[in-house]
Design a binder for this molecule. Sequence first.
Ligand code: NAD
Length: 475
Amino acid sequence: MIGIEHWIAGERRASAAADRLPVSDPATGTVYAECPRGHSQDAEAAVAAAEAAFPVWSVLKPSERARWLNRLADAIEARSKAFTACESRDTGKPLALVRDIEVPRAVANFRFFAAQCLNAPDHAFHDEAGLNYTRHAPLGTVAVISPWNLPLYLLSWKLAPALAAGNCVIAKPSEITPMSAELLAEVAHSIGFPAGVLNLLQGAGDTVGAALVAHPRVRAVSFTGSTRVGHTIAAECARQFKKVTLEMGGKNPAVVFDDAPEHTPAALLRAAFQNSGQICLCASRILVQRGRYEQVKAALVRDAAALRVGPPSDSASQLGPMMSKAHFDKVMAYIALAREEGGRILCGGEAVERDGGWYIAPTLIEGLPMSARSCREEIFGPVVSLHPFEDERDALALANDSEYGLAASVWTRDLGRARRMADGLQTGIVWINTWMQRDLRTPFGGMKQSGFGREGGLEALLFFTEPKTVCIGTD
Ligand code: NAD
């Protein structure tokens, strides 16, 4: 049994409470590790460590902070095999997905923000009213809270800008997938990363996570996770006027017009089922114009049924399991609900028995009205509904008929239509004839119940700062 702990002030640290949580291998359903449940006293200790480190870290030259971030990126890259093995065991993801996409993205996140902090947009104005300059000062101690679906990728996406801006950070990864964060803390320790600058609290959201959010000396919270938990965090941050950014759930439409390019069904298959649908950006409602509906449906059903569902140990696996038993049960319950709501299962719709793992077959459903709960609520698994539409207006109305507003994709060769759709879609990201591509320099986030604030690029760096204007009298 692997035992993991918090990392506070550069050291592995046991929790103030004895309770432990099991960590499971989703490909077999067996418990293979345990982590602390976490306690408010642990949050207190992490805040003290961060505060002690802040006076030194915050006044380092940006080039020195950048050097540390690049050293961390190099160290992750050097241990890429270990990160791949631990992440895919913890999540059940195919090895290639972790090795080729997620670990490289974590490395890129640190390198990107190392470069960004050298170009912080501190302005100066003169000749009107003295000499004014604005400095984006670090906040102090900040919390970053991440989910289980892309553990290292999303944690690094928050850590890198927070550190680059000169803050000391307390990271709280998901208790369901704590292993890659543990390895990251070990790697940071091994390169002598300054103690107390990057602290790690493992454990449950409602104990240590809530204590961190409520701590009066934690100055900002960057959260990615469910809309339900986002509401709780937003309320606490509002009470304390604490800076907060929330990246939450989605029910993303893909809108396919009659003139969609040939590669559309193959791209949609990926958009629907990558990481077994456990990506906030996956397309979960596929809207197809009447003239192409049967063709797109037939291609998707054929190719979804051929996807290979299996464990990371099988290099041919394309889809891994659900990442927890509770999540498996939730997704299966939504499939049952879709049936009750009148949905016709075109393929999948059932669990896949393999070594006791939590696998679900890629599932396509048609015949559901957009008012069905299974079309409105986030399922976050390999379950996608298909809907025909008549014209642009109809497509926009169906796509926007959602409480969520994270991402959408539009598939057409007509540039004018693509632009009109992009303008009309109520989502933070719109892809045209592509999916999941994004320049790291762009803002990222959702509208409506999907998000509050933006991450990515300069927006992420600035979130972790307080702009301070200084005016020097020149008379
Ligand atoms: P979750 O909300 O249950 O948990 C996310 C994190 O919050 C975990 O670390 C958890 O321990 C912590 N947490 C839980 N309760 C807390 C509390 N009261 N106070 C502080 N922290 C608390 O989400 P999840 O199930 O881990 O992740 C899946 C969800 O994440 C899905 O809804 C998915 O759409 C969303 N997600 C969104 C994005 C995005 O960028 N918009 C990206 C990935 C995942």
